[in-house]
Design a protein around this ligand. Structure first.
Ligand code: NAP
Length: 277
Protein backbone atom coordinates (compact mmCIF):
# COMPACT_ATOMS: atom_id res chain seq x y z
CA UNK A 1 0.00 0.00 0.00
CA UNK A 2 1.48 3.37 -1.03
CA UNK A 3 0.82 6.12 1.53
CA UNK A 4 -0.07 9.34 -0.28
CA UNK A 5 -0.22 12.87 1.11
CA UNK A 6 -1.97 15.64 -0.80
CA UNK A 7 -0.97 19.30 -0.54
CA UNK A 8 -3.73 21.63 -1.73
CA UNK A 9 -6.27 18.98 -0.74
CA UNK A 10 -9.23 21.38 -0.70
CA UNK A 11 -8.53 22.78 -4.16
CA UNK A 12 -10.09 21.77 -7.47
CA UNK A 13 -7.28 19.36 -8.35
CA UNK A 14 -6.48 18.32 -4.77
CA UNK A 15 -10.07 17.22 -4.19
CA UNK A 16 -9.98 15.03 -7.30
CA UNK A 17 -6.59 13.58 -6.40
CA UNK A 18 -7.77 12.75 -2.88
CA UNK A 19 -10.84 10.95 -4.27
CA UNK A 20 -8.80 9.08 -6.89
CA UNK A 21 -6.32 7.94 -4.23
CA UNK A 22 -9.11 6.83 -1.92
CA UNK A 23 -10.71 4.86 -4.77
CA UNK A 24 -7.49 2.98 -5.64
CA UNK A 25 -6.93 -0.40 -3.98
CA UNK A 26 -3.15 -0.04 -3.78
CA UNK A 27 -3.09 3.55 -2.42
CA UNK A 28 -4.12 5.07 0.87
CA UNK A 29 -4.76 8.75 1.56
CA UNK A 30 -2.50 9.27 4.57
CA UNK A 31 -2.71 13.08 4.77
CA UNK A 32 -4.83 15.82 3.22
CA UNK A 33 -3.21 19.22 3.82
CA UNK A 34 -4.32 22.68 2.73
CA UNK A 35 -3.48 26.27 3.66
CA UNK A 36 -2.83 26.70 7.38
CA UNK A 37 -2.72 22.95 8.10
CA UNK A 38 0.24 21.33 9.81
CA UNK A 39 2.57 19.84 7.20
CA UNK A 40 3.85 17.40 9.82
CA UNK A 41 0.77 15.34 8.89
CA UNK A 42 2.73 14.39 5.75
CA UNK A 43 5.45 12.62 7.77
CA UNK A 44 5.59 8.94 6.90
CA UNK A 45 3.98 9.38 3.47
CA UNK A 46 5.65 7.53 0.59
CA UNK A 47 4.61 10.22 -1.91
CA UNK A 48 3.34 13.78 -1.53
CA UNK A 49 1.25 15.20 -4.37
CA UNK A 50 1.26 19.01 -4.67
CA UNK A 51 -1.49 20.90 -6.47
CA UNK A 52 -1.33 24.24 -4.68
CA UNK A 53 -0.30 27.60 -6.10
CA UNK A 54 2.79 28.81 -7.96
CA UNK A 55 3.63 31.09 -5.01
CA UNK A 56 3.40 28.26 -2.48
CA UNK A 57 4.86 25.24 -4.24
CA UNK A 58 8.56 26.04 -3.86
CA UNK A 59 8.19 26.40 -0.10
CA UNK A 60 6.25 23.14 0.06
CA UNK A 61 8.91 21.39 -2.02
CA UNK A 62 11.71 22.74 0.14
CA UNK A 63 9.90 21.44 3.20
CA UNK A 64 9.27 18.02 1.65
CA UNK A 65 12.87 17.65 0.43
CA UNK A 66 14.10 18.64 3.88
CA UNK A 67 11.89 15.89 5.31
CA UNK A 68 12.99 13.21 2.80
CA UNK A 69 9.55 13.11 1.20
CA UNK A 70 9.34 12.35 -2.52
CA UNK A 71 6.86 14.47 -4.45
CA UNK A 72 4.74 14.44 -7.58
CA UNK A 73 4.04 18.08 -8.44
CA UNK A 74 1.32 19.36 -10.73
CA UNK A 75 1.38 22.98 -9.62
CA UNK A 76 2.30 25.22 -12.52
CA UNK A 77 4.68 28.16 -12.86
CA UNK A 78 7.95 26.24 -13.24
CA UNK A 79 10.33 27.95 -15.63
CA UNK A 80 14.01 27.01 -15.96
CA UNK A 81 14.99 29.28 -13.06
CA UNK A 82 12.51 27.63 -10.70
CA UNK A 83 13.47 24.14 -11.87
CA UNK A 84 17.06 25.15 -11.11
CA UNK A 85 16.04 26.05 -7.57
CA UNK A 86 14.50 22.61 -7.11
CA UNK A 87 17.62 20.91 -8.52
CA UNK A 88 19.72 22.97 -6.13
CA UNK A 89 17.54 21.98 -3.18
CA UNK A 90 17.77 18.31 -4.13
CA UNK A 91 21.54 18.38 -4.63
CA UNK A 92 22.38 20.50 -1.65
CA UNK A 93 22.32 20.02 2.08
CA UNK A 94 19.05 20.00 3.85
CA UNK A 95 17.63 21.35 7.08
CA UNK A 96 16.95 19.18 10.06
CA UNK A 97 13.18 18.62 10.33
CA UNK A 98 12.87 20.84 13.39
CA UNK A 99 14.34 23.87 11.58
CA UNK A 100 11.62 24.29 8.96
CA UNK A 101 8.17 25.61 9.81
CA UNK A 102 5.59 22.84 9.76
CA UNK A 103 2.47 24.90 9.12
CA UNK A 104 1.69 25.75 5.49
CA UNK A 105 2.28 29.46 4.96
CA UNK A 106 -0.02 31.89 3.19
CA UNK A 107 0.49 31.89 -0.56
CA UNK A 108 3.57 34.12 -0.51
CA UNK A 109 5.94 33.01 2.26
CA UNK A 110 7.11 36.01 4.30
CA UNK A 111 10.62 34.65 4.53
CA UNK A 112 12.72 31.60 3.77
CA UNK A 113 14.34 30.06 6.84
CA UNK A 114 18.14 30.25 6.81
CA UNK A 115 19.91 26.93 6.40
CA UNK A 116 21.77 25.80 9.50
CA UNK A 117 25.10 24.08 8.75
CA UNK A 118 24.98 22.14 12.02
CA UNK A 119 21.84 20.33 10.93
CA UNK A 120 22.81 19.35 7.41
CA UNK A 121 21.81 15.98 6.04
CA UNK A 122 21.96 14.55 2.54
CA UNK A 123 18.58 14.73 0.78
CA UNK A 124 19.68 13.10 -2.50
CA UNK A 125 17.52 10.01 -2.22
CA UNK A 126 14.43 12.16 -2.66
CA UNK A 127 12.60 12.03 -5.96
CA UNK A 128 10.69 15.00 -7.31
CA UNK A 129 8.56 14.68 -10.43
CA UNK A 130 7.28 17.99 -11.78
CA UNK A 131 4.74 17.52 -14.55
CA UNK A 132 3.52 20.56 -16.49
CA UNK A 133 0.63 18.32 -17.51
CA UNK A 134 -0.54 14.99 -16.11
CA UNK A 135 -3.04 14.37 -18.91
CA UNK A 136 -1.90 11.58 -21.23
CA UNK A 137 -3.54 13.33 -24.19
CA UNK A 138 -1.73 16.58 -23.46
CA UNK A 139 1.60 14.80 -23.14
CA UNK A 140 0.98 13.13 -26.50
CA UNK A 141 0.04 16.52 -27.97
CA UNK A 142 3.41 17.91 -26.82
CA UNK A 143 5.20 14.84 -28.15
CA UNK A 144 3.50 15.09 -31.55
CA UNK A 145 4.20 18.84 -31.70
CA UNK A 146 7.86 18.23 -31.00
CA UNK A 147 8.00 15.58 -33.74
CA UNK A 148 6.20 17.75 -36.30
CA UNK A 149 7.95 21.06 -35.57
CA UNK A 150 10.96 20.50 -37.82
CA UNK A 151 8.79 20.04 -40.90
CA UNK A 152 7.07 23.46 -40.76
CA UNK A 153 8.24 27.02 -41.37
CA UNK A 154 5.91 28.52 -38.73
CA UNK A 155 4.79 27.40 -35.28
CA UNK A 156 2.61 29.13 -32.70
CA UNK A 157 0.89 27.91 -29.53
CA UNK A 158 -2.57 28.95 -28.29
CA UNK A 159 -3.54 27.82 -24.81
CA UNK A 160 -7.04 28.32 -23.40
CA UNK A 161 -7.95 27.92 -19.71
CA UNK A 162 -10.65 28.66 -17.14
CA UNK A 163 -10.67 32.18 -15.73
CA UNK A 164 -9.41 31.02 -12.31
CA UNK A 165 -5.93 30.18 -13.54
CA UNK A 166 -3.19 32.24 -11.82
CA UNK A 167 -0.35 31.98 -14.33
CA UNK A 168 -0.06 32.74 -18.04
CA UNK A 169 1.05 31.19 -20.26
CA UNK A 170 0.36 27.76 -18.80
CA UNK A 171 3.21 25.43 -17.83
CA UNK A 172 2.12 23.15 -20.65
CA UNK A 173 2.38 25.97 -23.19
CA UNK A 174 5.83 26.94 -21.89
CA UNK A 175 7.01 23.36 -22.18
CA UNK A 176 5.45 22.94 -25.63
CA UNK A 177 7.15 26.09 -26.87
CA UNK A 178 10.51 24.90 -25.51
CA UNK A 179 10.11 21.49 -27.17
CA UNK A 180 9.14 23.09 -30.48
CA UNK A 181 12.06 25.51 -30.26
CA UNK A 182 14.51 22.69 -29.53
CA UNK A 183 13.22 20.66 -32.50
CA UNK A 184 13.41 23.70 -34.79
CA UNK A 185 16.91 24.54 -33.67
CA UNK A 186 18.05 20.94 -34.20
CA UNK A 187 16.64 21.16 -37.74
CA UNK A 188 18.43 24.45 -38.42
CA UNK A 189 15.24 26.50 -38.51
CA UNK A 190 15.29 30.09 -37.25
CA UNK A 191 12.39 32.07 -35.86
CA UNK A 192 9.04 31.72 -37.64
CA UNK A 193 8.55 34.34 -40.36
CA UNK A 194 6.81 37.46 -39.03
CA UNK A 195 7.00 40.95 -40.53
CA UNK A 196 4.83 42.66 -37.92
CA UNK A 197 6.08 46.23 -37.49
CA UNK A 198 3.22 47.86 -35.60
CA UNK A 199 1.45 46.09 -32.79
CA UNK A 200 -0.89 46.73 -29.89
CA UNK A 201 1.27 45.43 -27.00
CA UNK A 202 0.58 41.75 -26.49
CA UNK A 203 -1.22 41.22 -29.79
CA UNK A 204 1.39 38.72 -30.91
CA UNK A 205 1.36 36.99 -27.53
CA UNK A 206 4.38 36.14 -25.43
CA UNK A 207 7.60 34.98 -27.05
CA UNK A 208 8.88 31.81 -25.41
CA UNK A 209 12.15 30.56 -26.91
CA UNK A 210 11.24 32.40 -30.14
CA UNK A 211 7.82 30.71 -30.32
CA UNK A 212 4.73 32.93 -30.00
CA UNK A 213 2.39 31.75 -27.23
CA UNK A 214 -1.13 33.14 -26.80
CA UNK A 215 -3.15 32.70 -23.59
CA UNK A 216 -6.96 32.83 -23.49
CA UNK A 217 -8.80 32.96 -20.14
CA UNK A 218 -12.51 32.16 -20.40
CA UNK A 219 -15.17 31.07 -17.93
CA UNK A 220 -16.47 27.63 -18.84
CA UNK A 221 -13.18 26.27 -20.13
CA UNK A 222 -11.02 23.70 -18.31
CA UNK A 223 -7.63 23.32 -20.08
CA UNK A 224 -7.08 23.34 -23.83
CA UNK A 225 -4.23 23.91 -26.24
CA UNK A 226 -3.64 24.18 -29.96
CA UNK A 227 -0.28 23.93 -31.65
CA UNK A 228 -0.47 25.62 -35.05
CA UNK A 229 2.11 24.62 -37.63
CA UNK A 230 2.30 26.21 -41.06
CA UNK A 231 4.26 25.40 -44.18
CA UNK A 232 3.94 25.65 -47.93
CA UNK A 233 0.22 25.70 -48.72
CA UNK A 234 -0.75 23.65 -45.68
CA UNK A 235 -1.24 23.86 -41.94
CA UNK A 236 -1.32 21.25 -39.25
CA UNK A 237 -3.23 21.85 -36.02
CA UNK A 238 -2.64 19.61 -33.03
CA UNK A 239 -5.32 20.22 -30.44
CA UNK A 240 -5.90 18.79 -27.01
CA UNK A 241 -8.86 19.39 -24.70
CA UNK A 242 -9.10 18.49 -21.03
CA UNK A 243 -12.87 18.53 -20.60
CA UNK A 244 -12.83 17.46 -16.98
CA UNK A 245 -10.18 17.43 -14.26
CA UNK A 246 -10.63 13.66 -14.17
CA UNK A 247 -8.43 13.66 -17.29
CA UNK A 248 -5.39 14.34 -15.10
CA UNK A 249 -5.97 11.47 -12.68
CA UNK A 250 -4.50 8.51 -14.65
CA UNK A 251 -1.27 10.48 -15.03
CA UNK A 252 -1.22 11.50 -11.38
CA UNK A 253 -1.79 7.92 -10.21
CA UNK A 254 0.84 6.65 -12.64
CA UNK A 255 3.30 9.16 -11.15
CA UNK A 256 2.40 8.17 -7.59
CA UNK A 257 2.91 4.48 -8.37
CA UNK A 258 6.11 5.01 -10.39
CA UNK A 259 7.91 7.64 -8.33
CA UNK A 260 9.99 5.16 -6.33
CA UNK A 261 11.33 3.61 -9.56
CA UNK A 262 12.58 6.95 -10.92
CA UNK A 263 16.20 7.97 -10.39
CA UNK A 264 16.72 10.17 -7.32
CA UNK A 265 16.56 13.89 -8.09
CA UNK A 266 14.33 15.85 -10.44
CA UNK A 267 12.29 14.43 -13.32
CA UNK A 268 10.30 16.82 -15.49
CA UNK A 269 7.18 15.48 -17.18
CA UNK A 270 5.62 12.02 -17.29
CA UNK A 271 6.96 11.25 -20.78
CA UNK A 272 9.45 8.68 -19.46
CA UNK A 273 6.68 6.96 -17.48
CA UNK A 274 4.67 6.63 -20.72
CA UNK A 275 7.61 5.28 -22.71
CA UNK A 276 7.85 8.46 -24.80
CA UNK A 277 11.33 9.54 -23.71
P1 NAP B 1 -7.07 25.68 -6.59
O1 NAP B 1 -8.45 25.17 -6.77
O2 NAP B 1 -6.84 27.12 -6.29
O3 NAP B 1 -6.42 24.77 -5.44
C1 NAP B 1 -5.21 25.06 -4.83
C2 NAP B 1 -5.39 24.70 -3.36
O4 NAP B 1 -4.13 24.76 -2.72
C3 NAP B 1 -6.31 25.68 -2.64
O5 NAP B 1 -7.15 24.99 -1.73
C4 NAP B 1 -5.30 26.57 -1.92
O6 NAP B 1 -5.85 27.22 -0.78
C5 NAP B 1 -4.29 25.53 -1.54
N1 NAP B 1 -3.00 26.08 -1.14
C6 NAP B 1 -2.43 27.28 -1.45
N2 NAP B 1 -1.23 27.40 -0.86
C7 NAP B 1 -1.04 26.25 -0.15
C8 NAP B 1 0.00 25.76 0.66
N3 NAP B 1 1.09 26.49 0.93
N4 NAP B 1 -0.11 24.53 1.22
C9 NAP B 1 -1.20 23.78 1.00
N5 NAP B 1 -2.25 24.19 0.24
C10 NAP B 1 -2.16 25.40 -0.33
O7 NAP B 1 -6.17 25.34 -7.87
P2 NAP B 1 -6.28 24.07 -8.84
O8 NAP B 1 -7.18 24.38 -9.97
O9 NAP B 1 -6.53 22.86 -8.00
O10 NAP B 1 -4.81 24.04 -9.43
C11 NAP B 1 -3.69 23.92 -8.58
C12 NAP B 1 -2.42 24.02 -9.42
O11 NAP B 1 -2.36 22.89 -10.29
C13 NAP B 1 -2.36 25.25 -10.33
O12 NAP B 1 -1.04 25.73 -10.38
C14 NAP B 1 -2.79 24.71 -11.68
O13 NAP B 1 -2.30 25.47 -12.77
C15 NAP B 1 -2.15 23.35 -11.63
N6 NAP B 1 -2.70 22.32 -12.52
C16 NAP B 1 -1.81 21.44 -13.05
C17 NAP B 1 -2.24 20.40 -13.83
C18 NAP B 1 -1.23 19.41 -14.35
O14 NAP B 1 -1.62 18.46 -15.05
N7 NAP B 1 0.05 19.57 -14.05
C19 NAP B 1 -3.61 20.23 -14.08
C20 NAP B 1 -4.51 21.15 -13.53
C21 NAP B 1 -4.05 22.18 -12.72
P3 NAP B 1 -6.40 28.76 -0.97
O15 NAP B 1 -7.44 28.68 -2.05
O16 NAP B 1 -6.91 29.06 0.38
O17 NAP B 1 -5.21 29.58 -1.37
Amino acid sequence: MIKVGVLGAKGRMGTQVSSAVEAADDLTLAAAVDVGDDRDALAGCDVVVDFTHPSAVLDNLRWCIDHDLSCAVGTSGFDEARLGQVRGGLAGPRLAPASAPARTPARTPAHTPARTPASLRDGRDVRVLIAPNFSVGAVLMMHFASQAARFFESAEVVELHHAGKADAPSGTALRTASLIAAAREAAGLGASPDVTTTEVPGARGATVDDVHVHAVRLAGLVAHQEVLLGGHGETLTIRHDSLDRASFMPGVLLAVRSLASLPPGLTVGIESLLGLA
